[in-house]
Design a binder for this molecule. Structure first.
Ligand SMILES: Cc1cc2nc3c(=O)[nH]c(=O)nc-3n(C[C@H](O)[C@H](O)[C@H](O)COP(=O)(O)O)c2cc1C
Ligand code: SF4
Length: 452
């Protein structure tokens, strides 16, 4: 396989004007702090205070319960999309279960717009390793895997190199730092399917099977990898843990908003001057994030923003400009913070065209197990496609909404909802753009004032 080196990847980013994580425009960064693209090695990480959280736990004799209590008190919520409280999730692991238990890092990162985890893994891999060792200690786990998206093979190679360094220095393997605690960590790579980011699809794939999500319950905490208790956490979630242990739960919670502790990395893409990853405290106004990313490209007007990855409902400019970037504010506005991928669209963008592209993606990525998702994603794409081509029918918007409604909540995994939500939000927020392309409909609506 021919792959680019991390340096070539970096050069490619820079050539396109995309910002990687080491520009100076983060606010109070914890994860991307002091990175320059080449200081990813163990010695650099240790010079930044790396592995001090692990040393603190072992030196102070912190118990697993104390570590979980600290993570709970920090208000850390899962950065993979759902925002589930991490400490609570860790407490679900049946620590006394006598057989094998696993911790899995989810580095699949397939949600369109999201590119934060690959920067963490390429430029600060030991932070994730330390977060995993601490998580494993807290949950009584002795084996872990990092499942890395298959299309970023250089990240997988980098992570393997970091694992080797950590093993040689005694941070991984048997009797870590001379303690009784042992943890074996392995890297695994997928092959690039979005659905393998769904945690049970990921586990199937890790077992070497087709990456098709499992019916739940049982949940991974009781029946996970190879049927054993398993916790799956996102890269950014695990990367947040060492800071919490070193600086305390209170400091983490206070950097942010109540119920929305810490910093969050936002991958800003689309019509901005400087697309890239920006780490800011939770609760920072959206307007500030837009300013960090250089504002709307070409001085144009902002039209809309998809605030949390392509599956989160679109918000028109006047709504997002009033929001702060945290789970609660974005939910109140009618969308989701999701994975933190902020897709900015200026006044020249066609919402019909954008939705056509997104619908195609979800149709393509459906694993095909459930009828509503398998048939519904294709149906929605065909409807949007014909509206886009000027062949829509007056009843198509009601039909689109109905198909979306009938997918939601009726599938094995949340990919069905992820496909339906953008469709329903786009036709709710920008209905006039769809109507304008349906022959006869715009005129009929204008004449009667009724929505068909
Ligand atoms: C279709 C789909 C794709 C997903 N992709 C990812 C992903 O790429 N990375 C990720 O961390 N979580 C992803 N998730 C969420 C995971 O299922 C899981 O909730 C998450 O990894 C848990 O980690 P956290 O609690 O640290 O957020 C996806 C979920 C769905 C339904
Ligand atoms: S919702 Fe879609 S992707 Fe998820 S299991 Fe069903 S068919 Fe597969």
């Amino acid at each position: 396989m021919t792959t680019m080196t991390p340096d070539q990847v970096l050069a490619q980013f820079e050539a396109t004007g995309a910002q990687t994580c080491f520009h100076g425009r983060h606010i109070q960064p914890q994860i991307y702090k002091d990175l320059n693209g080449s200081n990813w090695r163990l010695k650099d990480y240790e010079a930044r205070g790396g592995y001090q959280a692990l040393r603190k736990i072992l030196a102070e004799g912190m118990t697993p319960d104390q570590v979980i209590a600290e993570v709970k008190a920090s208000g850390l919520r899962g950065r993979g999309g759902a925002g589930f409280p991490t400490g609570l999730k860790w407490s679900f692991m049946p620590r006394q279960f006598p057989g094998q238990k696993y911790l899995v890092c989810n580095a699949d990162e397939g949600e369109p717009g999201t590119c934060k985890d690959r920067d963490i893994l390429l430029y600060n891999p030991h932070l994730v390793i330390e977060g995993m060792v601490i998580g494993a200690f807290a949950m009584g786990v002795s084996v872990g895997y990092n499942y890395i998206h298959g299309e970023i093979f250089q990240t997988y190679e980098r992570f393997e190199a970091a694992i080797e360094e950590a093993r040689a220095a005694g941070y991984l393997g048997d009797n870590i730092l001379g303690s009784a605690f042992s943890f074996q960590l392995h890297a695994a790579h997928g092959f690039g399917a979005y659905v393998c980011g769904e945690e049970t699809g990921l586990l199937e794939s890790l077992e070497g099977k087709k990456g098709q999500p499992r019916f739940k319950p049982p949940f991974p905490a009781s029946f996970g990898l190879y049927g054993k208790p398993t916790t799956v956490n996102n890269v950014e979630t695990l990367a947040a843990v060492p800071w919490i242990i070193c600086n305390g739960a209170k400091a983490y919670l206070e950097c942010g908003k109540p119920n929305n502790g810490g910093t969050k990395i936002f991958s800003v893409s689309g019509d901005v001057e400087q697309p890239g990853n920006y780490e800011i405290p939770m609760g920072t106004p959206f307007a500030k994030l837009l300013e960090l990313a250089g504002g709307v490209r070409g001085g144009r007007k902002l039209k809309a923003v998809i605030p949390g990855g392509s599956s989160s409902p679109v918000l028109p400019a006047h709504i997002i400009m009033e929001c702060t970037m945290d789970y609660d504010s974005i939910a109140k506005a009618g969308s989701m913070l999701g994975s933190g991928a902020v897709i900015v669209m200026d006044e020249t963008r066609s919402m019909v065209q954008a939705l056509r592209r997104l619908s195609y993606f979800y149709m393509h990525e459906s694993c095909g197990q459930c009828t509503p998702c398998r048939e519904g994603t294709g149906w929605m794409w065909r409807l949007v496609d014909r509206i886009h081509n000027g062949q829509g029918r007056p009843s198509d918007l009601a039909l689109l909404d109905n198909v979306g409604e009938n997918i939601m909540g009726r599938t094995i995994c949340a990919l069905g909802d992820a496909a339906a939500m953008p469709v329903r939000a786009m036709i709710k927020q920008f209905r006039h753009e769809f109507e304008a392309l349906i022959p006869g409909l715009a005129a009929a609506t204008a004449a009667t004032g009724e929505k068909v």
